[in-house]
Design a protein around this ligand. Sequence first.
Ligand SMILES: O=P(O)(O)OC[C@H]1O[C@H](OP(=O)(O)OP(=O)(O)O)[C@H](O)[C@@H]1O
Ligand SMILES: NC(=O)CC[C@H](N)C(=O)O
Ligand SMILES: [Mg+2]
Length: 505
Amino acid sequence: MCGIVGIVAKSNVNQTIFDALTVLQHRGQDAAGMVTCEGNRFFLRKDNGLVNEVFRTRHMKRLAGNVGIGHVRYPTAGSSSSAEAQPFYVNSPYGIALAHNGNLTNADDVAEQMFRADLRHINTTSDSEVLLNVLAHELQLQGKLKPQAEDMFAAVQRVHERCKGGYAAVALITGYGMLAFRDPHGIRPLIYGKRETKSGTEYMVASESVALDISGFERVRDIAPGEAIYIDMAGNVSTQQCAENTTLAPCLFEYVYLARPDSIIDEVNVHISRMRMGKKLADKIRRERPDHDIDVIIPIPDTSRTSAMEMAKELGVTFREGFIKNRYIGRTFIMPGQVQRKKSVRRKLNPIGMEFKDKVVMLVDDSIVRGTTSSQIVQMARDVGAKKVYFASAAPPVKFPNVYGIDMPAAEELIAHGRTDKEIGEEIGCDWMIYQELDDLKQSVSEGNPSITEFDTCVFDGQYVAGDIDEDYLKRLKAARNDSAKGKNKKASSNESSNLCSKID
Ligand SMILES: O=P(O)(O)OC[C@H]1O[C@H](OP(=O)(O)OP(=O)(O)O)[C@H](O)[C@@H]1O
Ligand SMILES: NC(=O)CC[C@H](N)C(=O)O
Ligand SMILES: [Mg+2]
C-alpha cells in the first residue's frame, strides 16, 4: 500500500507533489521519490527515508517542470534498499518513469519472459520494475515516434493481459504526458481531480483524495477497475476502459487501517465507514453480553479512534483517551522488521494510569495482525492497575497472507492464524476477546456505496479476487518474505550499487 501521485500542471509541480506525498506518508515510510519532466529531460530524486528527509532544498530546486510523479514506499516485494525506491525509470521508448502501488503476483514469470522474449533486463528484485518494463515494451511495439492516447491505451491493455495481481500506477512519458491505470479488480485505490488556474486546468491523480484536498484540487472521480487515464503535456484528458471482465473489488483493509479517515475511496467516506464498524461492533457486544460490565472504552491510537468513539456512544459507555501516542514515531505495522515493530510500540504508546486504575477497560483496535501491538498494550493496561482488560477488534481475525500490496507474507506470522477467538485472547493476555464479523465489516463499507458488491477480503477469508493464487505461490512468498528472509534480502541488496538511475543526489 504505497502512495502514488501524478500531476500535469501549468507551473512547477515539485512543491505540490511534495505536499501530496506528505499526506500520503501513512501509506509508506520506507522510501520516497519524485520525477519531474521539463522539455525532454527527467529529473529524479529518490532514497530511503520519510518525505521531509528525502527532499532537501537542493533537490527541490533541481526538480523542475510542470509535470511529475511521486511515490512513498512500503515494500511488498524485493528488498527495502534505496535501489528499489520509486519511481523507476527506463530510457526506451521515449523515457518512461513509473510509480506503483500494489503487488504483481506473477512478477517472476513476467521477468523471465521479459528476459527471454522481450530482451529486457530487470535490474532489481522489485515487481514495480517489471510492471514498468512491460508497459515500456508494449508501448515500443506500438511503433510510434509521437504516441497518441490510443497507443497508451493499447499498451495498458497488454499490461492487463500480462500482469496479474493488484496495481494502481502512474507513469510519465518524456515530452508526451502522464498515464495512470488501475488493475481490473480495482484492488488498490486511484482517484483523479482538477484545479482551475489562470493559466488553465491542472490535473492530479493520487492514491487517496486527501492528496487532492490539501492542494485545492476538486475530486472528479475514481479511476475505474481496468481503466486508464492519459493527460498530455497540454492538459488534454482521455480515458478508456482497457480490460475485459472487470469488477470493482477494493481492498477491505484500506477502509479498516490503510487509508486516512479524511479520504473518500470508491465513493465511500473512510471516516464514516469506520464509524459504522464501531456501531456494528457495539451491536455484537450487546448481543453477546447484554449485561457487560465495561467501565470505559479506550482506543489504541491512531486508527481505531473513530470506531472506538462510535462504539462507546452506541453502548452508552464512557470513552477516554488512555494511551498517549508519541507523535514522532510513525506507524508500527508498516515498519519493515518485527524487532523494530516490537520496540516501537512501547516507545510510541504510554498509558495514563488513572484511566485504567481499578476499572474494567475495553481496549479497541482497528485490527490485530501480528499481535505486536495488542499483546504489549494489554500488559501495559494491567501494569497500571486495570481490573479487567477486554479487547475488541473492528476487523475480523486476520488469518491469511496478503498478496496485493500489504506486507503480510506468512500466515504463521499472523496471531489469528490457526487459532480460535478465545485462543487469540489468551495469547494476547486479555479477559475477553471480541472480533467484528466479516459481513458486518463489508456492510460498514458498502453502505457508503451500495454498488460495491465485492471486496478483496483475502486476509480474512483466504479468497484471492484476482483468481491468481495457489499453495505453491504462497509457499514461495513465505520463503522469500518472512521476517528472517527480509533481513537477508536487505543485506544482499545494500551491496548493489544503489540508485543506478538517480540523476540527482
Ligand atoms: O497486530 P499488529 O501487528 O501490531 O498490527 C495491528 C496494529 O498496527 C496498526 O497500528 P499502527 O501503529 O501501524 O498505525 P496507527 O497509528 O495508524 O494505528 C493497527 O492500527 C494496529 O494498531
Ligand atoms: N506497498 C506497495 O504498494 C508496494 C509496491 C511495490 N510492490 C514495492 O514493493 O515497491
Ligand atoms: Mg494502530
